[in-house]
Design a protein around this ligand. Structure first.
Ligand code: PXL
Length: 276
């Protein structure tokens, strides 16, 4: 495997096992040199903790970009997750222009919503900004809720293949080249991920656990990016990431005190094994 350098842009939630505190260890475990750009610093994530602090780091982005430009710093991939504000979208697009190598991949997790709802602090204007970012993605990794917000399609908990095809077509119409759609469940007891690459549909189905954990979207996206940049195909990466997330959720099940995230760290060795 080549030794590749990638950049990930997402928040630091100091406590809560999401975003950079998940992405950095997972990408490093996948053997990648991982540069980071924190989009914001929060005392905790926003899903369940009360009174969290929030510092938007958008203002630092242009000068960081300028410095990297002067240094000629380049990446094989740029992977974005939770951003803290609308202003960040143009800054991030500029950073991608400056730093992404020719032929490099821009991977966007439009982390903004789940279970039919936007996360706290986001609104329709933020969704519009995420559409502009998603339009440039080589790989876009939404869950179904995010896909609905990005496309204006009504959110449904029960659906068929036709509904999923509509979401995929609309996401591609926005501009996303390829889509990895997570949490797609056609029957009870199972869920899975759709890999929509160059207009071809493939589905990896796996067990749906009764419990769920915060932060699994970030674990999924990071493991997917790590596996892709390790040299796996999109489908293999989607499968590796899904199997890893299932293991992480199982490891966290029945832990009432551990509601805020998933215990992914002791299982990093399994992820490394899956990469072969
Ligand atoms: O896991 C997504 C995420 C990332 N960052 C912050 C969040 C959330 C989900 O709520 O609040 C700050």
């Amino acid at each position: 495997m080549d030794y590749k350098r990638i950049l990930t842009i997402q928040d630091i939630s100091c406590v809560g096992q999401c975003s950079l505190t998940v992405a950095l260890p997972i990408l490093s475990a996948c053997g990648l040199e991982t540069a980071i750009l924190p989009s914001a610093v929060l005392s905790t994530h926003t899903a369940g903790f009360k009174g969290f602090t929030f510092r938007d780091l958008a203002g630092d982005m242009p000068s960081i970009n300028e410095h990297w430009k002067n240094e000629g710093i380049k990446f094989e991939a740029v992977y974005t997750g939770y951003l803290g504000s609308i202003d960040q979208v143009d800054y991030v697009l500029n950073i991608v222009k400056t730093t992404l190598n020719d032929g490099g991949l821009f991977i966007v997790d439009p982390a903004m919503a789940d279970n039919g709802k936007l996360y706290p602090i986001f609104d329709d204007e933020y969704v519009k900004a995420m559409v502009r970012l998603s339009a440039k993605a080589d790989y876009l990794l939404p869950n179904i809720t995010e896909a609905c917000f990005l496309t204006g399609v009504e959110y449904k908990e029960e659906y068929d293949r036709e509904y999923i095809d509509l979401l995929l077509k609309k996401l591609v119409a926005i501009g996303a080249k390829n889509v990895i759609l997570t949490g797609v469940s056609y029957k009870s007891g199972t869920t899975g991920v759709v890999v929509y690459e160059n207009g071809n549909y493939a589905y990896y189905e796996h067990i749906k656990l009764s419990n769920s954990c915060h932060g699994t979207g970030d674990i999924y996206a990071s493991a997917f990016v790590g596996a892709m940049m390790h040299g796996k195909t999109a489908f293999e990466s989607a499968k590796i990431a899904a199997d890893y997330v299932v293991e992480c959720i199982k490891a966290t099940a029945e832990e009432k005190n551990h509601w805020y995230g998933a215990k992914f760290e002791p299982l990093l060795k399994n992820l490394i094994e899956k990469l072969g």
